[in-house]
Write a protein that binds this ligand. Structure first.
Ligand SMILES: CC(C)(COP(=O)(O)OP(=O)(O)OC[C@H]1O[C@@H](n2cnc3c(N)ncnc32)[C@H](O)[C@@H]1OP(=O)(O)O)[C@@H](O)C(=O)NCCC(=O)NCCS
Length: 372
């Protein structure tokens, strides 16, 4: 066996790039995009402006922001052929399967002369349409066409439900929270694809496939499934202790980098708390009890709620079914994925790590007798 190299399972602690896009301080529980703390951005910014910041490195002036908003709002519609194909998809397809497949299909409909950035804008504009159209198609509802006059997140909720709900601005801010998060699994996977000089549609298809897993973005859907299984506050203790006894991972808890409260979970929890004062928000009390038990139990391991623990409660409040939670994550994170792909490729080197071989050696080929 090759013992020269140490294996870093999960690339724990390994740096694969130098980046100026975001900084995740896991000890202090801080998230910073391009020098701006996330708390500052959710207070003062919106999805489009933060996207500009992440892509270009500084906040836009009025003209620059108008230009980006107008580019995004004009590119929302999907080619007719794709809409017709979506109508033929099996109705029980998971929205993440549909998103992954349609993003891949869009590559065939993109203009070959487009720059990577134009394609990034094109996909960022179209992902909400894919999600909303699939919601309408699988529920046998007529499609609601995108409206150019509406902002990115407003337009998404409008295409889903035909109206813009109360507290919609919290949905927009939740997108800000999800736009970027350093070299997480899906960003890394998509950067690997980018490092082969593949196209942006392949890069984002890779990212969506990686985000889908329950250890990554897929956790938000699993959290709500867990709340449903728990059913009522009286069952929380028994349910969670049973998971702990079986050494199963509790969805929505733990993080490779955050060894304290994930700042995004803290923000989401506070928003929900504020709405909860006047409305009975489903799952919130169960969530608080789950958090209390898990945080107490795993104090030494420093396991706290992550972004996926509270985001689903907010989306559920807007009437969004749980299978659509991870696609919404993707709808925001495409900004980070594309920003990293473009940044890495400025100083590109193909990713090619190694695996240490521990299989047999020096075998000699022998014809297998008796096999026709
Ligand atoms: C996010 C996650 C994949 C990080 O994985 P990681 O950095 O490889 O951390 P590990 O799995 O090595 O965890 C370290 C220890 O904490 C425990 N742990 C981590 N997350 C846990 C969780 N959600 N529930 C119970 N125990 C957990 C592990 O069992 C391990 O214990 P051990 O040292 O006794 O073996 C992991 O915390 C997890 O699976 N969380 C649940 C899924 C989730 O919410 N994902 C969304 C992330 S934003």
């Amino acid at each position: 066996m090759d013992i020269e190299f140490e294996v870093k399972y999960g690339l724990d602690g390994v740096a694969v790039a130098i980046s100026s896009i975001s900084c995740v301080d896991g000890e202090k529980g801080k998230l910073v995009y391009r020098g701006f703390e996330i708390e500052d951005l959710i207070q003062n910014s919106n999805f489009e402006e933060t996207a500009y910041l992440i892509w270009f490195g500084s906040l836009p002036n009025e003209n620059e922001l108008d230009f980006l908003i107008s580019m995004l709002s004009k590119k929302r519609e999907l080619p007719n052929q794709i809409i017709e194909m979506m109508k033929l998809f099996p109705k029980n397809s998971h929205p993440m399967e549909v998103l992954r497949s349609v993003v891949s299909m869009l590559g065939m409909y993109s203009k070959k002369e487009n720059s990577t950035f134009e394609n990034a804008i094109n996909l960022t504009a179209k992902i909400p349409t894919i999600i909303a159209y699939w919601y309408r198609i699988r529920n046998d509802l007529p499609l609601i066409k995108p409206k150019e006059s509406l902002k990115h997140s407003e337009n998404f909720l409008y295409m889903m439900f035909g109206k813009i709900p109360e507290h919609f601005n919290l949905f927009d801010k939740a997108l800000i929270l999800h736009e970027e998060q350093g070299m997480n699994a899906s960003t890394f996977a998509s950067t690997v694809t980018a490092s082969t000089l593949s196209d942006i549609y392949s890069i984002i298809t890779t990212a969506i496939g990686t985000l889908k897993g329950p250890l990554h973005g897929g956790a938000n859907e699993k959290v709500l499934k867990m709340f449903d299984e728990i059913g009522s506050i009286e069952n929380v203790e028994f349910y969670i202790n049973n998971l702990i006894e079986k050494k199963e991972k509790i969805m929505g808890f733990g993080h490779r980098i955050y060894k304290t409260y994930d700042p995004r979970a803290k923000i989401l929890k506070n928003w929900i708390k504020e709405i909860f004062i006047n409305n009975n928000i489903k799952y919130f009390e169960i969530a608080l009890k789950v958090e209390e038990i898990v945080v107490n139990k795993f104090k030494d391991k420093k396991i706290y709620p992550n972004v996926d623990f509270y985001s689903g409660i907010l989306y559920n409040y807007f009437g969004i079914p749980k299978e659509f939670f991870t696609p919404i994550f993707a709808m925001a994170r495409i900004v980070g994925w594309t920003a990293h792909a473009m940044e890495y490729c400025k100083n590109n080197r193909i990713f090619r790590p190694k695996a240490i071989y521990n299989g047999p050696k020096n075998l000699k080929y022998k014809e297998v007798k008796g096999v026709e």
